[in-house]
Write a protein that binds this ligand. Structure first.
Ligand SMILES: CC(C)(COP(=O)(O)OP(=O)(O)OC[C@H]1O[C@@H](n2cnc3c(N)ncnc32)[C@H](O)[C@@H]1OP(=O)(O)O)[C@@H](O)C(=O)NCCC(=O)NCCS
Length: 140
């Protein structure tokens, strides 16, 4: 029986077009690797968090902080030389929080092959100068 990850990977590989707008685009460098020689998952996650953070801050019109990262599965490795694109799609604007679906796609080096490597739901909270949640006034 296929695992949840295998099923999710099959679904991910069937999609060929990123959903959302391009938030960040970064080259995966040798210094970003794990002991296996592939790109460290924490680096990928941080790129996604940055992409979601940029759009949440723009929408909120104030500082935001990450409060939660949900439903994240790594489907495929990111390799040195890949260009990682993080695509953002705002799925919910609450009173003080914004949830962004972030998809990470790797453009493989010297190839026209683009693959979805992971995706997740990132939630940000708008904060004031004292770091307390504040209401989001901006329209989505
Ligand atoms: C983010 C923070 C300011 C929220 O403070 P809080 O007192 O817990 O806030 P609240 O309980 O009032 O929740 C605020 C909003 O976050 C949402 N929220 C809280 N926990 C959540 C979670 N686990 N998942 C999704 N949303 C969550 C709430 O639903 C609420 O949204 P809404 O106003 O749109 O309905 C506080 O938890 C914090 O400072 N956390 C650390 C943030 C940080 O340092 N991030 C970087 C991590 S390295």
């Amino acid at each position: 029986m296929a695992t949840k990850t295998k099923k999710a990977r099959a679904v991910a590989q069937s999609s060929t077009v990123p959903k959302g707008e391009l938030g960040t685009r970064t080259l995966a460098m040798p210094g970003d690797t794990n002991p296996n020689g592939d790109i460290f998952g924490g680096w990928v996650l941080s790129q996604m968090d940055i992409a979601g953070g940029i759009i949440s801050k723009k929408l909120a019109g104030t500082k935001t902080v990450t409060v939660a990262v949900d439903a994240m599965t790594f489907y495929l490795p990111v390799l040195v030389g890949d260009v990682l694109g993080c695509y953002v799609d705002v799925v919910r604007v609450g009173r003080t929080s914004i949830t962004v679906k972030v998809e990470a796609w790797a453009d493989r080096e010297f190839s026209s092959n683009r693959v979805k490597v992971t995706e997740g739901l990132f939630t940000y909270v708008a904060i004031d100068a004292t770091r307390r949640p504040i209401q989001i006034l901006a329209e989505s």
